[in-house]
Ligand binder design. Structure first.
Ligand code: PLP
Length: 417
């Protein structure tokens, strides 16, 4: 069934057997901490597999033990999420941050080198700079201006090239939509990888995934999501996910069991419900974003717009080439620079009515915020300038409202600036 159908056709049913739940069409919420074993022998067999004490026999599935290890709402959700990225396996978490930090803690050890793209999400930035360094992990930032040669030289200059363990990327970057070439990072990985030292490429795919970008196809080993954003899509749940090969995910799930940061059954159920409309929502959001971006483009109070759909070969040949190779859509995230500075940006935000003034993204309702003083308030001033996080920059996440109402709201707010 999986092979010849598209993910959106499978989101209502895949991995769920109604006969195991009194015939219920929908997967119930398995609000239980623990599961009854039929016989002591069965409990023993389940634990042997869960703790890797023996390899499972052919056709033997991991039995249900305890909800920190597994739960039907999480397992079915993970199987469905894996379809979008064609991943072998998936693990869901209670937040995007727990997915990201668990991936770091699973594969990095003291003395290892982590190469990471800039800018990254504020929470990720903090964890890398303030926490990983405390555990003796060396860190090296790079950004979308680096080509392969510059990356290799920067790694060699650390004198730690043999300990390069992970290349961590966020592309497109928040809030400017700057793109990083995943397959170029794979070439850098191959340059340094040895028999003894596997190097992993991890991509935070929150900004375009899981519809418009599939990093595994371009050489990534791990895909990470804040499922709070498009996947949840209704601004009512915090969750995260990590996807990759069975081997990598077995390691990730092992760490998750002992950190205890798995999602709960209620979160699992909410996300399964969200997945049924994922594609519909995201496509509608993108349609609206394209119209909103076009509206801004010709507006006299707007100095510049950062939208993937507006990249051109003539103006940005390198970014355009990555976009064409790596992205399947332009998405629903954009940022605009108003003529002026913070006062103009604030006036615009304060006069919006339909569009809500809030952080977060990817939801059914449109949201706007001011990165320099909000999501990116902690970024050092020099980096703000370097990465274009200016005082006149406003970030917009476009929702599913009628586009005429959205544009009317944006228009009348701009008039009051
Ligand atoms: C929101 C976000 C995160 C963090 O996710 P939480 O679910 O809030 O923990 C990580 N990366 C990106 C790109 C995000 O937008």
């Amino acid at each position: 069934m999986r092979k010849n159908m598209k993910p959106e056709s499978l989101m209502m049913s895949y991995g769920y057997r109604p006969s195991l739940s009194e015939g219920a069409v929908k997967c119930p919420i398995f609000q239980t901490s623990t599961f009854v074993f039929d016989k002591a022998e069965e409990g023993k067999a389940f634990f042997e597999v869960a703790y890797g004490l023996r390899t499972p026999e052919t056709g033997e599935e991991q039995g249900l033990i305890y909800s920190r290890l597994n739960n039907p709402d999480l397992e079915i959700l993970e199987n469905r999420l894996a379809l979008w990225d064609s991943a072998e396996d998936c693990a869901v978490f209670e937040s995007g941050m727990s997915a990201i930090t668990t991936a770091f803690l699973t594969f990095l050890k003291p003395g290892d080198l982590l190469l990471y793209s800039n800018p990254v999400y504020g929470g990720t930035d903090h964890f890398i700079k303030e926490m990983l360094t405390k555990f003796g992990i060396e860190i090296l930032p790079f950004d979308s201006s680096f080509d392969k040669k510059a990356m290799i030289e920067a790694i060699e200059a650390t004198g730690k090239a043999k300990r390069l363990k992970m290349i961590y990327l966020e592309t497109p970057a928040n809030p400017t939509n700057a793109l990083i070439d995943i397959s170029m990072c794979q070439e850098v990985k191959k340059h340094f990888e040895t028999e003894e030292n596997e190097i992993l490429i991890s991509v935070d795919n929150t900004y375009l995934g899981p519809i418009w970008q599939h990093p595994l196809e371009h050489g990534a080993d791990l895909v990470l999501y804040s499922a709070t954003k498009y996947i949840g899509g209704h601004s009512d749940v915090i969750a995260g996910a990590c996807l990759g090969s069975s081997d990598h995910m077995a390691a990730i799930k092992g760490t998750r069991t002992f950190l205890g940061n798995m999602a709960g059954p209620w979160t699992g159920w909410l996300l399964m419900r969200s997945l049924e409309t994922l594609k519909l929502r995201m496509e509608k959001q993108q349609d609206n974003a394209i119209k909103v971006a076009d509206f801004f483009k010709s507006h006299p109070k707007i100095e510049r717009i950062n939208y993937l759909g507006h990249l051109t070969e003539a103006e940005n040949p390198k970014q355009y080439a990555i976009y064409k190779k790596q992205c399947k859509g332009s998405g629903a995230m954009l940022s605009i620079e108003l003529k002026g500075g913070e006062p103009e940006a604030f006036a615009f935000l304060n006069n919006l009515k339909l569009v809500k003034l809030a952080v977060s993204l990817g939801s059914t309702e449109s949201l706007a915020q001011h990165p320099a003083s909000m999501t990116h308030a902690g970024v050092p001033e020099d980096d703000k300038i370097k990465y274009g996080i200016k005082d006149n920059l406003v970030r917009l996440s476009v929702g599913v409202e009628h586009f005429e109402d959205l544009i009317n709201d944006l228009q009348s707010s701009l008039e009051k600036v």
